[in-house]
Design a protein around this ligand. Sequence first.
Ligand code: UDX
Length: 438
Amino acid sequence: MRICMIGTGYVGLVSGACFADFGHDVTCVDKVPEKIEGLLAGRMPIWEPGLEALVKHNAANGRLKFTTNLAEGIAGADAVFIAVGTPARRGDGHADLSFVYAAAAEIAGALTGPAVIVTKSTVPVGTGDEISRILKENGAPEGTTVASNPEFLREGAAIRDFKIPDRIVVGAEDERAREVLREVYRPLFLNKAPILFTGRRTAELIKYAANAFLATKISFINEVADLCEAVGADVQEVSRGIGLDNRIGPKFLHAGPGYGGSCFPKDTLALLQTAELNGVPMRIVSSVVEVNDARKSAMADRVRDELGGALDGKRIGVLGLTFKPNTDDMRDAPSLALIKRLQEGGASVVAFDPVGREQAEPMLPGVTFAADAYAVAAEADALVLVTEWDEFRALDLKRLAASMKGRQLIDLRNVYDPEDAERAGLSYRGVGRGEQRG
Ligand code: UDX
């Protein structure tokens, strides 16, 4: 199959490289010349484990090409994937579709024969219909159709998620589109990956419903964590106790500082917009967003409380800045809200992140960046573990304690055993780990 991938962001680049690795002939198109030049020289615009090797391997064998020229990328393509950004529109949270629609108009003009146009970008219900209209209006060849094929890639595990997916969702209104996408994904369902064919609007909604549901699990367990602290229970055991019920499942029940990243915050807001536009209240999703926003700021209060009620003049060390490990992505990272509030309270912040510094530094004015976790701890009144990078999982707690000025370890990911930390001389506070009483 000849595939054209429009957009070399997270989704486009990972999907394009994986399709090429399956043996398809893939051309990735991006408007930003520096990105294409970088990719041609083997430089990745994002940090994702395994991606560089995959891109270089497939570029070297000629199955993966890069260009800024859309017409060149599209020539002879059976399927054209749209994987451009859909950021939340400033003000109302609605997904900004201007890049998607602009791509559709350009595709229409560049096609030389009928193709299946596939949205991979997360787009609100009904976007496929609008793309269809734009294609027609701009003279796309007869027989060109539109399908929806949402991605379910987690940053940091994107290649694995692409190659061993829980499911593939294809929303299409015609047999030709289903046929082409069946062929595109054939290497995967030889591995028995379930492929689900639905209507286009249904596929668009599946993506939002999946992310909103996962976000719901997180906000739910975060509220349970607060209750655990109040009643003297342990949220990790509660998660295990409920997660072993097959109907609930063990995943996405880790209490923490709230969800961040490029998807959950944006997609929950966009789903609420769609619901409102259609006059359907979605009270649960609305509460999930509210709980998460409140949670992010509550984490600074937790640090303040551990420091006896005042942040002024304190030196606080922050371990981990990205919204989760194995990515350099800082979008909506809980560390941003936390650090801002700590600084507003008069604290000075020293931080370290194994990969995220370059992205983080411009977003965090006033923060001092240290070379490693131990340098963060030096002379700190408190240490806050925000992102559970592997390298923070086995720190020498005694060494940390010895170099700190204070004793507080606030572990927002429950990485450490409270007793180990106390034994090392630290005063430990996790999340949802209430004191056992009686
Ligand atoms: C998510 C979806 O998982 C993926 O399917 C979708 O396509 C894109 O959005 P991603 O944003 O990369 O992927 O990260 P994910 O691993 O889902 O984590 C999202 C956020 O939730 C992170 O901030 C993470 O720390 C938080 N989280 C996750 C928790 O706080 N607790 C959990 O139990 C799980």
